[in-house]
Design a protein around this ligand. Structure first.
Ligand code: BGC
Length: 248
């Protein structure tokens, strides 16, 4: 079965039809730049452009980089325009897509469900935490394969700061941190999450998962196993489509 997945990110809006049996894209993905400011209207236009590129007419799963309740309503917008807060994104996006059925899901939760089914978390029981490092830090928490949605562990407070402002890859770029320096911050962050949840496994996702050879060996003294995400940049698209399929 194929369902369309769209991933709304800080820099790009990417999408493709997803083969849900394989957990992979069924076609080459199409990307448009995320508009700035990333207002609901402007982003909705971007999503429409991506979906129209394929002439798609079925259900669509869409990720959002903030808290999403009920597969529809946006509750926070840390890295996109604040006008998103309290918007019924399902209604807005479905309307913009000419009435196609739409499901909206937090971006890290989408990446997490894809990794648990088809990637680094396959067949893993117990507590698993997936963290995406990018513009912000996203989190997805699983117990025996079941997701606890909207955990927002990227906003834990560390040394008086919002953790994502210190340890995201944006923070690394903005402050020109070396891999060593950034890995120290990530280690401190992981130690804090470990203190709270004692996971068996950390999955490190987001664009940086492609560069795990540069930093994973620099992370020390964490008891949980730490592995890079396997679906890398496509995890959000695949997970969004999986959630849309589940929503029926
Ligand atoms: C948001 C999360 C999101 C993460 C990654 C954070 O700032 O609050 O909802 O998952 O960024 O995009």
């Amino acid at each position: 079965m194929h369902i369309f997945g769209v991933d709304i990110g800080g820099s790009g809006i990417k999408g493709a039809p997803v083969d849900l049996d394989l957990g992979d894209l069924a076609d080459e993905r199409h990307k448009v730049l995320t508009p700035h400011p990333a207002t609901p209207d402007a982003v909705a236009d971007g999503v429409k452009e991506v979906v129209d590129h394929f002439g798609w007419t079925g259900p669509v799963g869409i990720t959002f980089p903030g808290v999403v309740t009920g597969g529809a309503t946006i509750r926070t917008a840390a890295n996109v325009d604040k006008d998103w807060v309290d918007v019924d994104a399902r209604a807005l996006l479905s309307d913009r897509l000419g009435g196609l059925p739409v499901t909206v899901v937090n971006d890290a939760d989408a990446a997490g469900v894809a990794e648990m089914q088809f990637g680094a978390g396959r067949d893993r029981q117990g507590t698993v935490v997936l963290l995406t490092f990018g513009t912000g830090i996203g989190s997805a928490l699983f117990c025996d394969g079941v997701l606890v949605p909207n955990t927002e562990l990227g906003h834990l407070e560390l040394n008086g700061h919002d953790a994502e402002t210190r340890a995201s890859t944006k923070a690394k770029d903005d402050h020109e941190l070396t891999w060593e320096h950034w890995a120290k911050r990530v280690t401190r962050y992981l130690a804090h999450v470990e203190m709270l949840f004692s996971p068996e496994l950390f999955i490190i996702g987001g664009g940086v998962s492609r560069k795990s050879a540069k930093f994973l060996h620099l992370i020390e003294d964490i008891k949980a196993e730490i592995v890079p995400a396997e679906l890398q940049n496509n995890a959000g698209i695949v997970g969004a489509a999986m959630r849309a399929a589940k929503a029926g």
